[in-house]
Ligand binder design. Structure first.
Ligand SMILES: Nc1ncnc2c1ncn2[C@@H]1O[C@H](COP(=O)(O)OP(=O)(O)O)[C@@H](O)[C@H]1O
Ligand SMILES: [Mg+2]
Length: 436
């Protein structure tokens, strides 16, 4: 409601109507704006035009430093901006009232005791008359809506009511902006924290795996060293028979052999094995290994070798290829506990299919798959079977180094190893190697 209906500028029904329209316009303009300076400027512009004053602005105040920071203000033609940091004390003593959250209304700076001393300074910034309306948050003035006019001017109660309304709306809008900024900041910081934690977790899992690996390696190696050390000790004792000495030397040389195979398998996994690739006839190679394995797996396991009809060559190290195939066949045979069907199958593949986490790869490959109808692999194990020393077999049964060799060999040869398995039904390991 209008506070009075006196005729004249800024009062009466006409004023009430223009003020109402100004508020509607402000509401519409600032609704979609989302940064404080822009929406404060929009409000200032409408307010300035409606009240026909020289300048309207919005600034944040620092009550301790007694300064106001203005990013942008609205100025009537010919009036200069106040943008920047201004010190209240240079323009009078009314900062005292602002600090008490009181609105300062000055009709003529020359007449008001708070500004009389600084009339020159105020006139120099086109503020012969002004309103400073503090914006209060949590009981403290945080910002200021100011209107300056280059001539002395009366401020009606209607105008003050309008200014107060605009100040309140600007405050709510800027609060909305800040809440949204805070939320964005919070979201960003949460995202960052999640990233940091994930990285920490990954790191600690990696460290755990490295710890297990080095532990197992040291353990296995120590066993071999123990054999060597005790054999040496016994050799040093006088009076042993030639035959006994020979047995001890045998034991040492066997331990050294096992040690070098251990490091060899680890080197394979690390893809540091010195490979000697050559064009290899897959059919011939698979047949030879398959026949040898048939004798190994025992009569309960039916070994089927499904070779390619045409002759095809791969480019790989023959020794390592043989070791990989033997490792796969041995695992398949272990999984069937002496009874089942083992199929070795050779096909051409014009690419490697994608699996969990690994993308598909284009190219000409030979796929050698070893499948069994054995125990299958539990889902929680399948992620780890290629890790060196990962084994589900009892001590003496498994070293956990078979699949890590296969994995390292496949990768180092420009191929891949893929596995499909169903618990209780069986597994299929497919070795992809590039065609020669
Ligand atoms: N064909 C298979 N069927 C079921 N499980 C298998 C098969 N091949 C490998 N695994 C699992 O992967 C583990 C790791 O295999 P590997 O690296 O060859 O080590 P090891 O045979 O010495 O245990 C095995 O202990 C077993 O749990
Ligand atoms: Mg094995």
């Amino acid at each position: 409601m209008p506070t009075n209906y006196l005729p004249g500028s800024g009062t009466g029904f006409l004023a009430y109507e223009t003020h109402r329209l100004a508020l509607i316009e402000i509401g519409e303009r600032i609704r979609d704006l989302d940064d404080t300076p822009t929406l404060a400027y929009a409000a200032a512009e409408i307010l300035g035009r409606t009240l026909q004053v020289s300048r309207v602005g919005y600034g944040t105040i620092d009550p301790v430093a007694e300064t106001i920071t203005i990013e942008r203000d609205w100025n009537a033609p010919g009036i200069e901006t106040l943008a920047g940091v201004l010190s209240f004390r240079e323009y009078g003593s009314y900062i005292e009232d602002l600090k008490k959250s009181e609105t300062v209304v000055v009709r003529d700076v020359g007449e008001d005791p708070r500004t009389r001393e600084s009339t020159q300074q105020l006139k120099a910034i086109s503020a012969h008359s002004f309103i400073n309306m503090p914006i209060i948050e949590k009981g403290r003035p945080v910002a200021l809506l100011y209107l300056n006019h280059s001539e002395a001017r009366d401020w009606t109660a209607d105008e003050l009511a309008l200014i107060r309304e605009v100040a309140e709306r600007t405050r709510m809008a800027t609060e909305r902006c800040r809440a949204r900024d805070d939320l964005r900041e919070l979201a960003a910081s949460l995202e960052h924290q999640v990233q940091v934690r994930t990285e920490q977790l990954r790191q600690s899992q990696k460290m755990e795996a490295v710890g297990q690996l080095t532990g197992r390696f040291a353990h296995d190696f120590n066993n071999l060293l123990t054999v060597i050390r005790s054999s040496c000790d016994l050799l040093k004792r006088p009076g042993s028979s030639e035959e006994r000495r020979l047995r001890l030397v045998e034991a040492i040389s066997e331990a050294v052999e096992r040690g070098s195979s251990l490091t060899g398998q680890l080197l394979s996994f690390a893809r540091r094995q010195a490979l000697n690739p050559s064009a290899l006839d897959v059919n011939a190679s698979v047949m030879a290994i398959g026949e040898a394995m048939r004798l190994q797996v025992g009569p309960g396991v039916d070994v089927v070798i499904d070779e390619l009809e045409e002759i095809c060559s791969i480019h790989a190290d023959p020794g390592q290829f043989e070791t990989a195939l033997v490792n796969l066949v041995k695992n398949a045979s272990d999984a069937m506990h002496g009874n089942g069907k083992l199929i070795i199958n050779v096909t051409r593949a014009d690419g490697i299919p994608a699996t969990r986490g690994d993308p598909s790869i284009d190219g000409n490959f030979i796929a050698i798959s070893v499948s069994d109808n054995g125990s299958g692999i539990a889902p929680f194990c399948i992620e780890r079977i290629f890790e060196p020393f990962f084994t589900t077999k009892s001590v003496g049964q498994g070293t956990g180094l078979g699949l890590s060799q296969v994995f390292g060999f496949a990768k180092q040869s420009g191929g891949e190893i893929r596995v499909e398995s169903c618990l209780g039904q069986g597994s299929a390991f497919t070795l992809y190697l590039p065609c020669a």
